[in-house]
Design a protein around this ligand. Structure first.
Ligand SMILES: CCCCCCCCCCCCCCCC(=O)SCCNC(=O)CCNC(=O)[C@H](O)C(C)(C)COP(=O)(O)OP(=O)(O)OC[C@H]1O[C@@H](n2cnc3c(N)ncnc32)[C@H](O)[C@@H]1OP(=O)(O)O
Length: 167
């Protein structure tokens, strides 16, 4: 399982964003996943993680999963979250994201995901529609992305999608 690149200031994957979640995503056989230890600084109501944090985790995880499939970084067009159970602070959870295998167009990609704990309890589910950026639009993204294990090392599209990545 390979670690995906990070962007230092990103609220979700940034290592230099003190308010954020400091997440490293990994590419799995099915899609993308990450671990998150529910932190008090992400409270909404006391002791319960804010729904916006849950949404942001799912957005980026599912966004990565569709981006890997699309061969381009994607933006979120629409994201629907179902909050099934409150997520208590200090709970260790896994966030999982997938791209719908039934893609009918390369303009819009559907993705889905969920957050579960070690016992398999699902706290939230997401589904969304994501739009691949143009090659031009994704250039600034690659000026910010760095290797997860080597924060000084820049990332190219080929590092993510291989040499045959979409032009
Ligand atoms: C955060 C990352 C940090 C970096 C760290 C690096 C890590 C890397 C992680 C990668 C994973 C990132 C995952 C997070 C990614 C964001 O959170 S991105 C931020 C939030 N999203 C945005 O800023 C996107 C803003 N919106 C837009 O740019 C544009 O509206 C869109 C979505 C590209 C669509 O624009 P468009 O291509 O011009 O489409 P348009 O001609 O308006 O519509 C054509 C058709 O598309 C469909 N459509 C259009 N818009 C929508 C929509 N919003 N919903 C559904 N369908 C739509 C409709 O079918 C539409 O047909 P009609 O309804 O008009 O008949």
């Amino acid at each position: 399982m390979e670690k995906l690149p990070r962007y230092s200031e990103c609220f979700i994957c940034g290592r230099d964003n003190p308010a954020g979640t400091d997440i490293t995503f990994i590419r799995t056989e099915e899609g993308v996943a990450c671990e998150y230890l529910a932190a008090p600084k992400h409270n909404g109501y006391r002791g319960i993680i804010h729904g916006g944090i849950i949404s942001a985790l799912l957005d980026e995880c599912v966004g990565w999963a569709v981006s890997l499939r699309a061969g381009r970084m994607c933006v979120t067009g629409e994201l629907t979250i179902r909050f099934r159970k409150s997520l208590p602070v200090s709970t260790k959870v896994t966030v999982k994201g997938f791209c719908d295998p039934e893609q009918k167009t390369r303009r819009l990609f559907r993705g889905y995901g969920h957050i579960e704990d070690e016992a398999g309890t699902v706290y939230a589910k997401a589904e969304g529609r994501f739009f691949p950026m143009s090659e031009e639009a994704q250039k600034p993204v690659f000026e910010c992305l760095k290797m997860a294990d080597a924060p000084e090392k820049a990332v190219t599209p080929a590092d993510i999608w291989g040499e045959d990545c979409r032009k």
